[in-house]
Design a protein around this ligand. Structure first.
Ligand code: ATR
Length: 282
């Protein structure tokens, strides 16, 4: 019987997850379908139960429900507990719901394996201190950076977030204005939601040297404002978050199906699709 999976969120219409998982399933010969489920803002739990009652085997959870999913599941992986957020739900052999978080490991996989960027002993800057930043700090610190600075428009949030991860490595939080004169970083990650509204955090000169790599967790058909900023500053590279999206999906797929898909051809297919006329990307 064909197994059913879905991504659940609000909004969810533009999610690329169904296409990604469909390509993974075709590549690995898995008998499954993957759909989008729009949950009402006040109705996440009900929507999850409905999908499972219909025979659904697993869910990806996206904005704004990852924290709610963390509370809802019966058992959580250490990664999800660290992030206080769940992006992958499955059903255990005992019938209990389990939750995991593949966002951070997906990012690290993209940075290290797909892009070949180094993290160990490097100086890292994470912009933003919301849910997206929270999901990546643990896996980034596990790579052994020399220093990880979390900078946020609202400094208190960055300080509080950094304090939660202190035990994992050299992390500290500050305001964006504290970045003046702090020097260049090896890697700058934009985990703010600014790109979603074509905005850019206010950043000082001097953060980017000629070897600096920049990465926006957001992605779109066009380069983000942050990527444009990075290129204008002379960065060595400026990538969007499509690779992270595909890698986190691959980890979810592996958790559900026990098979690891090859992500490179899927990323190539999605990049190619993005070049096609707009209405063919629906
Ligand atoms: P997400 O789950 O996408 O991280 P969030 O929890 O609402 O969403 O967090 C959004 C993050 O982007 C916050 O760090 C926010 O900064 P504040 O804490 O000061 O609100 C940041 N952000 C959003 N728009 C921004 C902008 N135009 N400039 C700088 N930071 C911005």
């Amino acid at each position: 019987m064909t197994d059913r999976y879905a991504v659940i969120g609000n909004p969810v219409a533009h999610s690329k997850s169904p296409l990604i998982h469909q390509l993974f399933a075709a590549q690995t010969g898995q008998d499954m379908v993957y759909e989008k489920r729009l949950a009402p803002l006040e109705g996440f739990g009900v929507a999850v139960r409905e999908f499972l009652a219909e025979g659904g085997k697993g869910l990806n959870v996206t904005v704004p429900f990852k924290a709610e999913a963390f509370v809802m599941v019966d058992v959580c992986s250490p990664r999800a507990t660290q992030a206080s957020a769940v992006n992958t739900i499955g059903i255990g052999v005992d019938g209990r719901l389990w939750g995991d978080n593949t966002d951070g490991i997906g990012l690290v996989r993209d940075l290290k394996d797909a892009l070949g960027w180094l993290l160990c002993e490097r100086r890292l800057l994470v912009l933003g201190a919301g849910g997206a930043a929270c999901g990546i700090l643990g896996p980034l610190l596990e790579e052994g950076p020399r220093e990880l600075v979390v900078a946020n428009r609202t400094p208190d949030r960055a300080e509080a977030l950094a304090a939660r991860f202190h035990s994992l490595g050299p992390v500290r939080g500050c305001g964006l204005h504290d970045l003046f004169g702090i020097g260049a970083f090896d890697l700058i990650l934009n985990a703010t939601s600014a790109s979603l509204s074509n905005a850019l955090p206010v950043l000082p000169l001097g953060l980017v040297a000629s070897h600096t790599q920049c990465y926006d967790l957001a992605y779109g058909r066009e380069p983000t404002e942050f990527q444009r900023w990075a290129w204008a500053q002379g960065a060595a590279g400026a990538e969007d978050g499509l690779g992270m999206l595909i890698e986190q999906a691959a980890f979810s797929f592996e958790l559900w199906r026990g098979v690891r898909p090859d992500t490179a051809p899927v990323q190539a297919a999605l990049r190619q699709k993005a070049l096609e006329p707009k209405d063919s990307n629906a």
